[in-house]
Ligand binder design. Sequence first.
Ligand SMILES: Nc1ncnc2c1ncn2[C@@H]1O[C@H](COP(=O)(O)OP(=O)(O)OP(=O)(O)O)[C@@H](O)[C@H]1O
Ligand SMILES: C[C@@](O)(CCO)CC(=O)[O-]
Ligand SMILES: [Mg+2]
Length: 406
Amino acid sequence: MMTIPTNGILVSAPGKVILFGEHAVVHQKYAVAASLGLRTHLYMEKTQDGICTLELSDVGVSRQWSLASFPWDLAQDEQEGDHPIKDMTPELKTRLQELAGNCTSDAQEQALMAFFYLVMTLASPLQERTGFKIGTRSFLPVGAGLGSSASYSVVLATSLLIAFDYIPVDFASSPEKASHFETINRYAFKAEQVIHGNPSGVDNAVAAFGGAKSFLKGKGFSTLEGFQSLRLLLTNTKVPRSTNALVAGVSERKNKYPEVIDPILTAIDGVSLRCKDAFLKHQNGTMDSNALIMELEDLVDINHCLLYALGVSHPSLEKIRRITGDYGLASKLTGAGGGGCAVTIIRDDVDQDTIANVMRLLENEGFDCYQTSVGGAGVGAVTLDAAEDLEWMNAVAMDSLEKKFI
Ligand SMILES: Nc1ncnc2c1ncn2[C@@H]1O[C@H](COP(=O)(O)OP(=O)(O)OP(=O)(O)O)[C@@H](O)[C@H]1O
Ligand SMILES: C[C@@](O)(CCO)CC(=O)[O-]
Ligand SMILES: [Mg+2]
């Protein structure tokens, strides 16, 4: 039984797996993605001392600032319903980097910059007594293609929207639920912009809303009709990479060779649309389960090769394709690529022994394998008193978070 204080709240959001369409989605093409059973958890306690305490255990941050020390002189005058900060101007960026001080990794700096930016967007210099303690713990590998930045951005945006009274803790069951989810998604996207540079918004949409979605930048997402739970194997190469740099690399290639790269992006769009169509046909009975999974395997193969041509594969990802391919399984990189994770489709006829053999071979290469569910709930928040019965509650995470603060 956990001993937990009564004035704190818990927030939790999933990671995501992109089945089809990464990178192309940044350039106004369709992507298909689903939420993951692996989640980021956040604990928040409000205080009245004007101090914010931040414990980001996954990136080794344990720091405190007074809210008054934020560069409020750069805030615009507030109008009603308006926010003090709108854009991350170069001047604001420099001042926030100064506030961050010496970071020991890019991961720390990116995480802090997103945090500062959200605080300055949502807080007001007039709320000088408001303070809070925030701690996070994620079960997602950080920077590996499973949407750790989006999951972090969503829990952070949600907790700060609650701390500064924009949304209630029980936003998910309120009559204004739809607008609260939209608000969370909008601010999480701002944090993703700070971390990623030029995100499409698919990752934060899946982390906020959950489920399986098709997504088009600027148009938003729709539920993937007929999506049935797929058996997936996720393999983390542990090769570090940055989504920001990979997305910028594809844009450079597109600018240099538009007549070559544009058709590749259009082909990836076709892959995502075929996937959408296949689930729909399966739902209305014109495609059986066997044909559906075979089509998905073909699409996985085609999509990976197109991503390879965009320059975002890595020898470690090609190794995963070879090992799984030897067992007749199709894999592709997922997320930004360049290392990070691959996703393998596991057909219903693949027995547990085969999966165990494949996993052993992958682990012998030094990779981590995860078998996890997809398509579960999006962001949720509860007061600690109500937390124990929750499906997404993770006792290990909460235990480690509460110990930081008690
Ligand atoms: N649990 C976390 N705590 C603090 N910061 C985090 C956490 N998870 C992710 N981040 C921030 O997000 C950055 C990783 O983002 P990046 O987009 O490169 O990887 P990803 O989101 O895991 O992969 P992808 O975008 O391809 O799905 C980290 O460097 C860190 O700044
Ligand atoms: C590579 C990318 O398409 C997916 C990263 O998970 C970037 C984005 O959509 O923001
Ligand atoms: Mg990311």
